[in-house]
Each structure stands twice: as C-alpha cells, then as structure tokens.
Design a protein. Structure first.
Lengths: 498, 499
C-alpha cells in the first residue's frame, strides 16, 4: 500500500491532534501536556525528515480532501512548500520548549498550548497548500488561532492589540477572498503550478489580472506587514515572548510573505508577472517598507517594539527578492524566509529572557546585561549581527544574493536600499550590543543577584542557543548541499526552468 | 415507482411527533426520557431512511390515503426537503438533550407548570416543521405555517417575564397578520386556477395582475414571518426573550421554515411570472438586513439580543439569492450556496443560543458588561460559540464559508459586484460583533471565578452543533448532490464555473 498521500495529513495531524487533546486536559496536568507537545513536535520533525528524503527520491506527497463542489482541498509537497515546512517544524519544536519554560506557573496554559498547536497546524497547512483555496483555508485558520494567543494575558492593552490585529487581518482577508473568487471565475482552477498558470490567458484579461494581483498582494501584505499595512505588528508585541517569536519568525508574518511568493511564482509565474508590469510596484513597496521599518525601529526604546519594526523591515526582503524577478534575487528572497526566521526568533527569545530574569524590557535599561547573562546576550549578538548582514552569519548570504540579483535585473537603486537598510540595522542594533557588553550594569541589572548555576533555566537558554547556532551554520555552510541556500537554488531552478 | 418505506417514513416523520405532542401533554413526566433521548434517534433514523430512498429513487411524490389532487393532500419529497428535515432533526435532538437541564437549573422558569408545556409544544412544532417541508399544496402549507406561529408564541411565553409576554404578543399579532396575507393570496389563486397543488399550479400561472397580487400577498406574508428587513422588528425581542432552547428553535428552524416557503413559491411557482425588478428589490432588502442587523448587533448590550440581531443579518444573506439567481449561468451556484448557508446557519445559530443559555445561567444574566472572563467558567460553552461563530462569519473551513464562497463566485461571475461586496462586508461586520463578545469573555476578570464543573448536558449539545456547523463544509459536495435531486433547475449552469 502506498502511504505517501497520508504523510501530508499526518504532518498536520501531528500538531492538530495534540492541540485538541490539550484543550480537554485539566490545567494542572502539566507533565502530560508538555509530553504531548514535545511528542507532536518530534513526530512532525520526523515526518518532515521523511518527506525531505522522499521528495529528493522522487516521491510525490499529494492529498486531496473533498471540499466545495468542484473544488477539493489539496496538500502537496514540492521544494518550495518543504522549505517553509522544515522551517516551521524546526522552530516549533524549539519554541515549544521555550514556551513550556517561559509560561511556568502562569494561568490558562492549557488554552495557550492548545491554540499554539493549532497555530502550527495552520502554518503547515499554509506551507503544503496545493492551491490558492487551500491556502486561504489555512491562512484564515491561522488568523483565528493566533488571536487568542495575542490577547492571552487578557489585559486591556492585550485586548486592544487583539482588536487591531483582527481589524487589519480580517480586512486583508476580504481583499484576498475577493481576489481569489475573481481569479476562480476567470480560470476555474486555483492550483499552484511552477512558473505560474495564467500566461496563456487572452490578452484582454491583462487589466483584470493586474487588479486581481493588487487585491491579492494587498490582502497578503497585511500579514506580511508591508507598509502601510504593518500597524498591527508593533502592537501585537504585548503578547508573551514565545508568541512574538511565533508571530515574527514562524507563522503569521511568514505566512503573508510566503503567500506573496506563491502568488507571484506559482499563480502568476515570475516571468509572466514581470511582463504584466506588476513586479515593479511590488519591489517599490517592499523597498519603502524596508527603509521605513528600519527608520521607525531606530526611535523605539522598548526592545520588543524595536524588534517588531525590524521584522517589518526584514520580512520585505522576501517580497523584494521575488519582485526583482531574476533567479539570483529569487534565491535571496527565498533563503531569507528561513534566515530571517532563525535570526529573529533568536532575538525574541533573548528579549523574553531579559524580561524573565532581569525584568527589563527597555533598551535604556540594558546596560551591562552581557555580564549578567553572557549566553543570552551572546546569542543576541549573533542574531543582531546577522540582521545587519555581517558575514558569515546567515543574513549576509541573503543580502549578497539580493544585491547581485538586483544588479542582474539592472535595478541598481536596490543596492542603495539594501545599503541604507544595513546601515540603519547597524544603527539600531549596535548601540544595544554596546550597552550590553561595554557599559557597567545599572538599575535592575546591577541589583540582580548572580544565579547559582547557569544564568537562566535551560529550557529558556537552549532554544536561543540552538537557533543562533543554526543561523550561524546556515551562513557558514551555505555552500553545502543541505543548507537553506541549496534548497532555495533548487526551487529557483524549477521556477525559471533553468 | 415502488416506494415501500420512504412514504411510510415521511408519514411517520409528521405523525410520530404529533402523537408524542399529545402523549407528552397527557403523560407528563413519565415519558420524558423517551422524548429526550429515544424519539430524536428514531427520527434521525427515519430521515436517513428517507434520504436513502431519495438517492435510490429520485424525488418522491406521495399522495396521502391515495387521493389524487385536487381532492387529496400531496406531499413532495426532494433533496431540499430532506436536507431541511435532516437539519431539523439535528437541532431538535440537541435541544431535547439540552432542555431538561436548562429548565431544572434556571430560576425564572422553574415552575413545573410552565415547563410541562415545553415538551408538547416542542413536539407540535417539530410535526409542523416536518409537515411544512413535505407539503406540496399551498393550503396545507398555510395550516402548518399557522401551527408554527401559534406554537412559537406559547413557547416564548414560557420564559415567564413581562418582556417575553409583550414580545410574544407582538409576534402573535404580526404572525396572524402575515398568515392572513398569505391566506388571501391562496384564496385568489384558488379563485382563478381552481387548484392548490403546487405542481398543477406551476404550469398554469399567467402574467396577469391577479396572479401578481396573489403572489405579492403570499410573499409579503412570508417575508414578515421570515423577519426580512424592515419587517424584522418583532424578531429580536421575541428570540432574545424566549428561553434559550426555544430561542434556538425559533432562530434556527422557524424562520427558516418560512424562508423555505418563499424559496418553494419563488422557484416552483412565481419565478416565470415575476417581474425582474422584484428579484432585485428582494436582494436590496436582504442587503439592508445584512447591514442593519449587524449594526444593531454591534450596539446590543445583551448577549442574546446580539445573537438575535445576528439572525436578522444572516437572514438577509438568504435573499441575495433572488437577484443572483436571475442570471441563468450562476443561478444554480447561488441556489446551492444559499441553501448551504441556511443549513449551516441553522446549526450555528442553535449552537449560539444554547451556549448563551448556559452562559446566562452561570452569570445569572446576559448583560455583556457583566460577562467579563466568563470563558474561564464555561470553556466548553465558549468554544461552542467560537465554532458556531466562525461559521457565521463565514471563514473557512466552515459551512458558512461554503455558502458565502458560492454566493461570491455567483456575484463576481455574473458581474453583480455589489452583491459580492455585501457578502464580504457582512462577514466583516459579523466578525465585529462576535469578537466584541469573545474579547469580553476571554478578558482577565477582576474577580476570578471558579471554573464551574462542565455541565455536559448543557454544553455538549451546543458544542456538537458548533462542530457540525464547521464540518458540514466537508460534506458540501454530498449535500450539493442531495439538493440536486428534484431541484427546480431546468435552466443553465452546471454549478461549476466553466474554464
């Protein structure tokens, strides 16, 4: 019997089922809940490994589920989905460990971990979606399952952030839904296909296709935090640290960026989109976002807010890479999907550790933190330098490919954007590093008693260490066959038919 | 055609609840367990049997006692009718399982005298609903309609508050007026065509002022009962004031029954003779209902009022069918979409009201500003509202989404963009008022209350209905196949978009 069609379903079930069970568990069954979480995350990782092996050996993993009349839900493993699935499976395991440690003793943990698991199931669904409707189904599930996480603390501020989050994302959904319905009436089919599927539509549809493109990108741009649709993201940082990590690195923002990649490359096709002339506006929007996000980040004193604006800026590298429309730039954009995730999740874990151990969340209070928490701040440094683009950390690789891709496309102005962004990144990250390592401890940092053993619980220290090592490894070993870069190259070769 | 059992099931589907309505009144508490547990299961079995019969043999035409029209009573059983019967069984089953615990625990309605009436009336309502779905005769329909209204009015009064009595009386007056309109229309039709059988009438209708008057009277009467904007004002106090299980029945089934009749009359009888602007006008009223109901729900200060206004809004969607189906290419898509929407709304809205009843019982009231943090006391009831609510908003993957998607596609494909916009705007507004409640329910409460032990008999039925409202989307293809059996759709459209 062929088990291949079951694998994508199992991949989703590996987090969906534990999530649903966790909802039914009493609050005080901490051990069982943690075991379920870790079991689910490990099974998922295992399945991903199996699929990676299988995809390389010519297996096709494809599942169809009966849905609307004439429209099935399809899940399909291909190189591009596998890139995102692998990222989310790895980071889910890490974030779960972190969240277990971080939420120790806080109320409503059952609800938290339940939605947390549903959130990851949705992300995997988004990644594996074989057509635009399936994508939409999981995309909306993600919106719904992240809302309870954003408002988890139930404070007035959290509820306000939740309202803003919903207003933005549901507004975006409306555009997305209309765009998809319109596309469906034109083509009668919404399947993703490498190099796109719209190129053979008659020329008279060109204006309509442009309009639909705008609707889809605006709809997706909300989650991808394209300026001016980014307003919800800095507010959502009131959520607990593991949620921020999830929002910024694995799930929500990435889902938006991944959606943009899929629409451009697998619905329109990069080359056809280029001919339609819709890529240039997208590149400009992404560039504006990159610079604007960085400038806003400069002015923030709250560490998580600064990181949030940094996300606004960094995620648009992905859209920029796709929008430049050349193979090298596409590689840069795709690989940044992974690299940004690894680096940003490290930074958020560290911010959570600072808040947890030293009770500080402002940059002005961070003097001397490096001496009190060297491991945490060490990983933070790796993440921050990577964001700036210092070799050999992963961020450098993305920027290198983006820059060469821009030259290949004859868009030299993009180099200016990238340079400005790197300078701004340095301007808002280096002062933090300076404070942490070179200033003497003051305020709460100084009062903090040295810890007996290691600086903070292992469950809070191992996750950032792991992701920092991965970020470093992704950069150092970029040329090897197993790196995100190698995978991004495979995807790009297939997309462009090289 | 050989119909050994299907006809029997159909007769029993009306006869059994009718018999038990009498039985429940006479025997009181003694047959309560039968009413609560056994009958819904038996009824579900019979509906399943009927559906099987339908799939095997196609639409069934059944003459009671062997008398043919114009003398006898005829029943017509097609996919749409059985779908409505099925959703009725689901909602009724949930309500029957829920009600004993509700009436035992609620203070205002504790008097045994009043709850004694609940069972006979509920079963009477069930018989009336089933008869209505099966009838193929415009006068017969009038009788069932009248039974429904009277049963509903008395059920509302069971709440025992002055407000509910006032609401019930208003409902009674309007309901009777509506019935009168309908009856006048029936009389006019009978005077000019000499028959009341829908199949016979269908082929004969002429485009003349008399037919138009009859059609208008009948449709307007039904629109009042369906609470279409601006004739909706009786609904919110009545549905919000009734005891929770009754609210569920009214919002999920009773208003759908009159809509079902509009649907039947329009597609089986009046569509060929109706002037085109009439369809657009109905659609416009529906759009107003979507917006107005949502705005009122946003302003509501009680949970049950919010849910009741949501019904006003969601009923509005159903009327978008009339303009959308006037474009032949998408008529079937729109028709399937609206029925899927109506079915999932029935499940979702019943879940909402039942869960609200539980929440109201725990909080001792349902003013929204007193419900802060109630989710921690009743997590299962809250998740029931969440599942049902997502379906009401129409987010995927839920039954509500299936309906909205098909309406959207119909709107866009036929170039009637404005209706598509109404569909998505309505979804946003629904999200607006539902998240208003959810944000309150999951907020951190200043006085953390103890997590009450789960009352399974009150929380599981709404939860299961919520699950059904979500999962029905995975049956959408099968439901569509069932609905196509005997559907009045000779005109174009394959239900799928041509590439």
């Amino acid at each position: 019997m062929n088990f291949d069609p079951l694998v994508p379903l199992l991949l989703i079930a590996s987090s969906l089922v534990p999530g649903l069970i966790i909802f039914t568990l009493p609050e005080d069954l901490r051990g069982l809940r943690t075991a379920l979480n870790l079991l689910g995350a490990s099974v998922k990782l295992l399945l991903v490994a199996v699929m990676l092996w299988g995809v390389n050996h010519g297996h096709t993993y494809e599942t169809e589920i009966s849905f609307l009349p004439g429209l099935d839900l399809t899940l399909r493993a291909a190189p591009l989905p596998m890139l995102f699935v692998t990222l989310s499976a790895v980071l889910w395991l890490v974030t779960t460990i972190y969240a277990v440690g971080y939420l120790e003793g806080s109320p409503n943990r059952g609800r938290f971990f339940g939605f947390f698991s549903l959130c990851v199931s949705s992300t995997v669904g988004i990644a594996m979606a074989g057509d635009l409707l399936t994508f939409l189904v999981f995309y909306e599930m993600l919106t719904l399952t992240t809302y309870p996480l954003v408002v988890h603390r139930g404070t007035r501020q959290a509820l306000q952030a939740g309202r803003t989050y919903l207003a933005y994302t549901l507004g975006g959904s409306v555009l997305l839904l209309l765009g998809i319905a319109w596309l469906y009436t034109l083509t009668g089919d919404l399947c993703f296909k490498e190099a796109g599927r719209l190129a053979d539509l008659p020329a008279e549809y060109t204006p309509t296709l442009r309009l639909i493109f705008a609707m889809l990108i605006l709809g997706l741009g909300v989650k991808a935090a394209l300026v001016p649709l980014h307003g919800w993201l800095p507010q959502a940082m009131v959520a607990p640290a593991p949620v921020s990590a999830l929002l910024h690195a694995v799930a929500v923002v990435k889902a938006g960026a991944f959606g943009i990649v899929r629409v451009v490359s697998d619905i329109y096709g990069i080359e056809f989109a280029d001919r339609l002339g819709v890529l240039m506006p997208l590149a400009v929007a992404a560039s504006v976002t990159i610079v604007y996000g960085s400038i806003r980040a400069l002015a923030q004193d709250d560490l998580k807010r600064r990181l949030a604006f940094s996300t606004v800026s960094q995620v648009s590298y992905i859209a920029l890479g796709i929008a430049l429309g050349t193979p090298l730039a596409t590689i840069g954009g795709l690989v940044h999907l992974v690299h940004q995730g690894l680096m940003k999740i490290t930074l958020f874990f560290c911010a959570g550790n600072l808040a947890e151990r030293l009770r500080i969340c402002r940059i002005s209070e961070m003097d001397g933190t490096g001496r009190k928490m060297p491991w945490t701040m060490g990983t933070f440094t790796v993440g921050a330098l990577g964001m700036i683009g210092v070799p050999p950390i992963a961020g450098f690789v993305s920027k290198w490919y983006l820059a060469t891709g821009a030259l290949e496309a004859g868009q030299a102005w993009v180099i200016g954007v990238l340079a400005a962004s790197s300078l701004l990144n340095a301007a808002y990250f280096l002062p933090i590093l300076y404070r942490a390592w070179f200033r003497p401890p003051t305020g709460r940092v100084a009062q903090c008693e040295p810890a007996a053993g290691v600086e903070i619980a292992w469950s809070l220290l191992l996750p950032p260490l792991t992701t920092a090592v991965l970020a470093l490894g992704a950069g150092l070993l970029a040329a090897s066959g197993f790196s995100p870069l190698a995978w991004a190259k495979v995807i790009t070769v297939r997309e462009f038919g090289l | 055609m050989n119909t050994p059992f299907a006809g029997l099931w159909a007769v029993l589907l009306v006869g059994l609840p009718l018999l038990l309505a009498v039985g429940a009144y006479v025997a009181g508490r003694r047959i309560r367990p039968i009413l609560v547990w056994i009958v819904p299961l038996v009824m579900a079995g019979m509906v399943t049997g009927l559906i099987h019969g339908l799939i095997d043999q196609g639409p069934l035409h059944y003459e009671i006692g062997g008398w043919t029209p114009p003398l006898g009573i005829t029943w017509h059983i097609d996919g749409l009718a059985t779908a409505m019967l099925a959703v009725t069984v689901l909602v009724m089953g949930a309500v029957c399982a829920y009600a004993p615990s509700y009436f035992a625990g609620s203070i205002k309605t504790a008097s045994a005298e009043k709850t004694k009436l609940f069972w006979p009336l509920t079963y009477l309502l069930w018989a009336a609903l089933n008869a209505l779905f099966l009838s193929a005769d415009v006068f017969n329909l009038y009788v069932t309609l009248e039974l429904l209204t009277l049963g509903s009015v008395v059920l509302i009064v069971l709440a025992g508050t002055t407000d509910s009595v006032a609401a019930a009386l208003r409902y009674l007056v309007l309901g009777l007026m509506a019935s009168l309109f309908y009856l006048m229309g029936v009389a006019l039709l009978y005077a000019s065509y000499g028959t009341l059988d829908m199949a016979t009438l269908g082929g004969q209708l002429q485009q003349d002022p008399l037919t138009w008057t009859a059609a208008s009277l009948m449709i307007v009467g039904l629109l009042i009962k369906t609470a279409l904007f601006p004739m909706h004002f009786w609904l919110p106090p009545a549905h919000a004031g009734a005891p929770a299980p009754v609210s569920a029945l009214l919002s999920a089934l009773v208003v759908k029954a009159s809509f079902y009749l509009v649907l039947r009359l329009w597609f089986d009888l009046f569509r060929p003779v109706a002037p085109a602007p009439a369809a657009q006008f109905l659609g416009a009223l529906g759009a107003c209902a979507v917006l107005w109901g949502a705005i009122q729900a946003l302003r509501a200060d009680r949970l049950k009022t919010l849910i009741a206004y949501s019904t006003v809004a969601q009923l509005g969607y159903l009327f978008l069918l009339f303009p959308l189906s006037s474009a032949p290419a998408v008529a079937k898509t729109a028709w399937l979409g609206v029925i899927l929407f109506a079915l999932s709304h029935a499940l979702a809205k019943a879940a909402m009201f039942l869960a609200a009843g539980r929440i109201q019982q725990l909080a001792h009231e349902d003013r929204l500003d007193r419900l802060t943090g109630i989710g921690q006391c009743a997590p299962l009831a809250l998740s029931a509202t969440a599942l049902a609510g997502v379906s009401l908003i129409g987010l995927p993957p839920t039954g509500g989404f299936a309906g909205k998607w098909m309406l959207l596609v119909a709107g866009v494909e036929s170039g009637q963009w404005w209706w598509a916009l109404v569909v998505v705007m309505g979804g946003l507004l629904t999200a607006g008022y539902l998240f208003r409640f959810w944000a309150i329910a999951i907020a951190a409460s200043e006085h953390p209350s103890q997590r009450a032990p789960v009352n399974w008999r009150m929380e599981l039925p709404p939860f299961m209905l919520g699950v059904a409202a979500v999962l029905i989307v995975f049956l959408a293809t099968h439901v569509a196949q069932l609905l196509e059996i005997g559907a009045a759709f000779p005109i174009g459209g394959s239900g799928e978009v041509a590439p």
